[in-house]
Design a protein around this ligand. Structure first.
Ligand code: CP
Length: 306
């Protein structure tokens, strides 16, 4: 791929191809490159998992990773994201993973004819989070071996969630049935096109996958944060032991993390048998190895046969 920016760009078959290659990496596959390859991870917004997971993926593939700390960079002198990317390209970097708080930040970059390195979107504001979505699909596929007819509940802070947006679209393309829950004011027409809203007490009993979303306090209005009660949210919209006990026997719990323990999910359930939260993180490394390889394959840097 020239870039991996949005799940809307991927067909069901292409998602399955990413999952297959990620599974091969998980099984120990290595690739060879035609020359030394360089990557930089430009995270203009905070991240633990995505940033470190891209770096781990790049290192496992044998890439050289160039450090970038936005707080100590020339962004402080007014340099733009585009000029920062062009700088890394001029230094010899072949691909970048980028996260930024601006939704669709990447449009400026892909419309700039001077930029030709590969871009992996590590999350754009409230837009999309394709690498998270692909690792989520890999985790579901590993569990069930298919998507057709699976009922997936997406629960929580829908309106601010790039994970919800990426996942509802691709799950539908893959043949799963999507339903939503959480505060109804966070469910609007953009979600209604992909699935119904149900009270969580109904949804827990019918879903194969219950995917909880972090309450994004950094994107809530001050008034919403002031009135927020963790215990009240968990009781009304979160996973409690009582709700978990009503889930289907083989149903799993997912969350992109970081988890607000005791808010979206009761603290004791974060690592319960049904939870795939840490498996999602492990799978993220292999999915990102597949993403990075796809960017480098497009640029002719991967040896034939890999
Ligand atoms: N899931 C996820 O995107 O986590 P980070 O914000 O830590 O990268």
């Amino acid at each position: 791929y020239a870039n991996v920016l949005s799940m809307s760009d991927l067909s069901a078959a292409e998602v399955l191809q990413f999952i297959k290659e990620a599974q091969q990496f998980k099984a120990g596959k290595q690739v060879e490159f035609k020359r030394p390859v360089y990557a930089a991870n430009l995270f203009f917004e905070s991240s633990t998992r995505t940033h470190s997971s891209f770096e781990m993926a790049e290192r496992k593939l044998g890439l050289q990773v160039i450090n970038f700390d936005p707080k100590a960079s020339s962004l402080n002198k007014g340099e733009s994201m585009a000029d920062t990317v062009k700088t890394f390209q001029a230094l010899g970097v072949d691909m970048v993973a980028i996260r930024d708080s601006q939704t669709r930040y990447y449009e400026t970059l892909i419309n700039d004819p001077a930029i030709h390195l590969g871009i992996a979107n590590g999350g754009d504001g409230s837009g999309e989070h394709p690498s998270q979505s692909l690792l989520d699909m890999m985790t579901i596929y590993e569990e069930f071996g298919h998507f057709n007819g699976l009922h997936v509940g997406i629960v929580g802070d829908l309106v601010h969630s790039r994970v919800a947006r990426s996942n509802m679209e691709i799950l539908t393309k893959l043949g799963a049935q999507v339903s939503f829950s959480g505060p109804q004011e966070w469910y609007d027409d953009s979600f209604a096109a992909y699935g119904d809203w149900q009270p969580l007490d109904d949804l827990v009993a019918t879903t194969d996958v219950l995917m909880f979303l972090r309450v994004q306090h950094e994107r809530l209005a001050d008034s919403e944060n002031t009135g927020f009660s963790k215990a009240a949210y968990n009781a009304q919209f979160g996973l409690t032991p009582a709700r978990e006990s009503r889930m289907k026997p083989a149903a799993i719990i997912m969350h992109p993390a970081p988890v607000n323990r005791g808010v979206e999910i009761a603290d004791t359930l974060v690592e319960c048998d049904r939870s795939r939260i840490f498996q999602q993180m492990s799978n993220g490394v292999f999915i990102r190895m597949a993403i990075v390889t796809s960017l480098l394959r497009y640029r002719g840097l991967v040896e034939e046969g890999y």
